[in-house]
Design a protein around this ligand. Structure first.
Ligand code: SF4
Length: 351
């Protein structure tokens, strides 16, 4: 990895300071790590530090290739299913959440479990449980096969109907149109989800909204920043992995809002020089599971090609932090005393 060569300044009006034809970069803020990803990654780091190996992680802790590779090198063992974990071992559940069936499997295998599910995903699980208890049909807007959707749907399989987008609305059937609510995956496109909801409401006028936004603050903020700058960008580079829903959405949002071209890359060396042909303004952002060091590498790569002028486009300030899972807090406290749990964010190194 290379060290940063750029020192972004903050602007609120994209393009206001640009000289015509001068190469420049607009850098989205916020970008990268959200509070749920930070918590999940630090949870694995702390578990590796606290407990005897092996430490198993069910699924990718967060959807980022670099994060998973780095934690693997430190000793974490990633598995796809709970039954791959030896009886009695320690397993961490990923930020995307798991269904009650997965908790039951872990219990049957006497696993020590550490649940790194993002609290904002847990909130959606609770909503699903509550509306199922009240016998609603729950229209869950999300992508089939995504781990978060599997976890949420598993809370109330008899009540949940998956709706993948506006085009699926016509086929949705419910038991009672008077008792219908929609919930969603946390990492969707805000605009597309609102269009899905609009069409669902046309079909089911009594459709209830979730008690609060299911698309999380981090997903929304990263999309707002991209929307603010997309119209100025000849090229948008989104740092993120192809299985990261919120990262993929950022490319789509950029293209929908005026970026002439857009690509998702895990690493700077995946950028194709040909993408820069005739390009004056490059937008750069990153998904919520992406460490900042990867963005710095992209900025360095661009700077080496004449894109040294970097301006931040700031859509929101973020300061949210989540406490670590109880199991980790308890064991840290037992080992290091009270102060240890307070400084945990200084200790996380995958930033
Ligand atoms: S993207 Fe949102 S829901 Fe997902 S881990 Fe981050 S804060 Fe939580």
């Amino acid at each position: 990895m290379t060290s940063p060569t750029t020192n972004p300044s903050t602007v609120t009006v994209p393009g206001a300071t640009a000289e015509a034809g001068a190469k420049r970069v607009l850098l989205a803020a916020p970008r990268g790590y959200c509070a749920g990803v930070d918590r999940a990654v630090v949870t694995v780091e702390k578990a590796l530090d606290l407990y005897e190996p092996p430490i198993y992680v069910r699924k990718q802790i967060v959807h980022n290739k670099h994060v998973v590779r780095t934690l693997e090198k430190r000793g974490a063992i990633f598995v796809d299913e709970t039954d791959e974990v030896p009886e009695g071992a320690t397993v961490i559940f990923s930020a995307h959440g798991v269904s009650p069936a997965v908790h039951a499997e872990a219990k049957a295998l006497s696993l020590k479990t550490i649940d790194a599910t993002c609290p904002l995903v847990t909130k959606v699980h609770r909503e699903a449980v509550r509306f199922a208890r009240d016998d609603f049909d729950i229209l869950l807007i999300g992508h089939e096969g995504h781990e978060e959707v599997e976890g949420t749907a598993g809370e109330a399989p008899e009540h949940i109907i998956l709706v993948q987008g506006p085009d699926e609305v016509d086929d949705v059937e419910v038991r009672d149109p008077e008792k219908v609510v929609w919930l969603s995956q946390t990492t969707l496109s805000v605009d597309e989800t609102m269009e899905t909801v609009r069409r669902l409401r046309e079909k089911f006028p009594k459709l209830q909204d979730p008690p609060s936004d299911d698309i999380c603050y981090a997903t929304q903020n990263r999309q707002v920043a991209v929307k603010q700058m997309a119209g100025e960008c000849d090229l948008m580079i989104v740092v993120g992995s192809t299985n990261s829903s919120n990262s993929v959405r950022l490319v789509e949002v950029a293209l929908d809002h005026g970026a002439k071209d857009g690509h998702l890359v895990d690493y700077a060396d995946e950028i194709d020089e040909a993408w820069l042909e005739g390009v004056t303004t490059v937008g750069v952002t990153s998904g919520a599971s992406v460490p900042e060091v990867l963005v710095r590498d992209v900025l360095d790569w661009l700077a080496q090609r004449g894109y040294e002028d970097v301006s931040a486009v700031t859509a929101a300030e973020e300061s949210l932090l989540f406490a670590l899972p109880n199991e980790i807090r308890r064991d840290l406290k037992a080992r290091d005393g009270k102060e240890a749990v307070k400084i945990r964010h200084d200790a996380g190194s995958l930033h």
